[in-house]
Write a protein that binds this ligand. Structure first.
Ligand code: NAP
Ligand code: MG
Length: 480
């Protein structure tokens, strides 16, 4: 049985209750986790607060950075173990989990190296004044993370916060939290003081809601659905604390008639089937210039037909989706597309021999006559790509922006001027030119505009999000 990490200890829920953990690969319960409640959140917040005025709060930036780097090394030492845990919990192909664990380590390395490089400023002011602008931690930071990339999201969220000297309370998703708990255990092994990093497992409506409303937190960061994002922002408003929201997307590829399809087609397929489409940055809309529409669809159809879903051990294109609700959600949208008159151009297959009861879905490519279907608006969070033709550059930009979301975008063209115009025209936190990646590397600032949320994670800029400034104004003139 898995336990939580509060105040440097492995603990059960205060009331002893647990939740079953179901494998997406066969739909069977394989372990349990504590069902944390507000009492557990109270303990975690209190231990984080105590850490700030204790050992953790007294550490220099250099020492915090060293601890983070050590944790990165520890994660790499436990690479295979963590990848197996992640695949068991989420159903990801093992090679995907292995890549995720490398990325997790990279978060600790990057922000560990950054910890002692956040310098303040001096500001020229009046005669006989010295003004310093220093950066300080926010205090107790709350992190509510989703199930699609548990290990990576954990690193993305807590590594910058720890680097800046905050003490963290994390509520991972009930559907996938095992790798998060294990890494928090490793953090204790490398010497993080008690309370610096707490993990409370449980349900969103219970542990998550209690954390987001807690008067002892100074910041909250959330990745997940828009519905819950709204609740988080309201809770943050009640406590007048800053929040960072990452609420998903409906990102578009814009393919012009001069695009290099040898590069574009595999990137477009990977951009929607990777992680079974359960990626906030998935390229889930495809806008193609009419003159090459049929050609692009033909090539994509071939690529889609060769995609296969299977178990983590089979290590195919994708695994199952994470749970029954997601399984039904994907099925619902495929049926919806058909009922709205969209055409299925190609489908992948589900491998022979997958267990009964697993949540496997086929990657699906739809073609639409125009952009009016709800499949162009709603975040499906499955391997479903929907394509539509366009005629002009202006129309392409307008269509790319014709959703509530604004997380990522990609433009495929060899025309240099068009590359810039379209990249600048797309409303999104990140835009790729002749490439596509799930939010890019750890180094690249990432986040949304419009209903994809606000605030930035990744890159050096994240260190600013999880800290605040203090202006020290010092008069040093003679007073007599
Ligand atoms: P969700 O409910 O928003 O879950 C995200 C996180 O918030 C989880 O840790 C969840 O805990 C927690 N949570 C849920 N209700 C809460 C509340 N009232 N207060 C505080 N925390 C709460 O997302 P979901 O239901 O798992 O997935 C639904 C849809 O959200 C997906 O189909 C997808 O469209 C979107 N989504 C987006 C992302 C992304 O990366 N942007 C990630 C996941 C999902 P529990 O899960 O333990 O309840
Ligand atoms: Mg949920």
């Amino acid at each position: 049985m898995t336990q939580m990490i509060i105040n440097g200890e492995r603990v059960n829920a205060a009331d002893g209750r647990t939740l079953d953990v179901v494998s997406p690969t066969d739909g069977q319960v394989f372990t349990t986790i504590p069902r944390g409640q507000s009492a557990d959140i109270d303990n975690a917040v209190a231990s984080a607060r105590a850490a700030l005025s204790g050992d953790w709060g007294r550490k220099t930036a250099l020492d915090r950075g060293r601890l983070l780097v050590k944790l990165g090394e520890k994660v790499l030492e436990h690479h295979e173990e963590l990848a197996q845990i992640e695949s068991r919990d989420t159903g990801k192909p093992l090679s995907t989990s292995r890549a995720d664990i490398v990325a997790l380590a990279r978060y600790f390395e990057f922000y560990g190296g950054g910890a002692d490089k956040v310098h303040g400023q001096t500001i020229p002011y009046q005669t006989d004044y010295s003004v310093q602008l220093i950066r300080e931690p926010l205090g107790v930071t709350a992190h509510i993370i989703p199930w699609n990339y548990p290990a990576q999201m954990f690193g993305r969220s807590v590594a910058p916060a720890l680097a800046m000297g905050n003490a963290c309370v994390v509520k991972p998703a009930e559907d996938a939290c095992l790798s998060v708990v294990r890494v928090a255990e490793l953090a204790l092994e490398v010497g993080f003081p008690a309370g610096a990093l707490n993990v409370v497992t449980g349900l969103g409506e219970e542990a998550g809601a209690a954390l987001s409303r807690h008067s002892g937190i100074n910041f909250i960061t959330f990745t997940g659905s828009n519905e819950v994002g709204v609740l988080i922002q309201k809770a943050a408003a009640e406590n007048a604390v800053k929040c960072v929201l990452e609420l998903g997307g409906k990102s578009a590829h814009v393919v012009f008639d001069d695009a290099n399809l040898n590069v574009a087609v595999p990137a477009i397929v990977k951009g929607i089937v990777y992680n079974t489409g359960q990626t906030c940055t998935a390229g889930s809309r495809l806008l193609v210039q009419r003159s090459v529409y049929d050609k692009v669809m033909q090539q994509l159809a071939q690529a889609f037909s060769s995609t296969r879903a299977g178990t983590p051990e089979m290590d195919l294109t994708c695994g199952p989706v994470v749970n029954k609700a997601q399984f039904q959600r994907v099925k619902h949208y495929v049926e919806k597309g058909l009922s709205e008159g969209l055409t299925i151009i190609a489908e992948g297959t589900i491998a022979d021999g997958v267990p009964e009861g697993g949540y496997f879905v086929k990657p699906t490519l739809f073609s639409a006559p125009d952009h009016s279907s709800c499949l162009f608006q709603d975040e499906i969070f499955g391997p479903v790509l929907v394509a539509v033709p366009f005629d002009t550059e202006e129309e392409a930009i307008a269509l790319a922006n014709a959703t509530d979301y604004g997380l990522l975008g990609a433009v495929w063209t060899e025309n240099g001027g068009r590359q810039q115009r379209v990249a600048r025209g797309i409303q999104a936190g990140q835009v790729y030119i002749n490439g596509f990646g799930a939010g890019g590397g750890i180094e690249l600032p990432f986040g949304g505009v419009k209903k994809s949320g606000h605030g930035r994670e990744k890159g050096f800029i994240a260190l600013e999000e999880v800290s605040t400034t203090k202006t020290i104004i010092h008069y040093y003139g003679k007073t007599n």
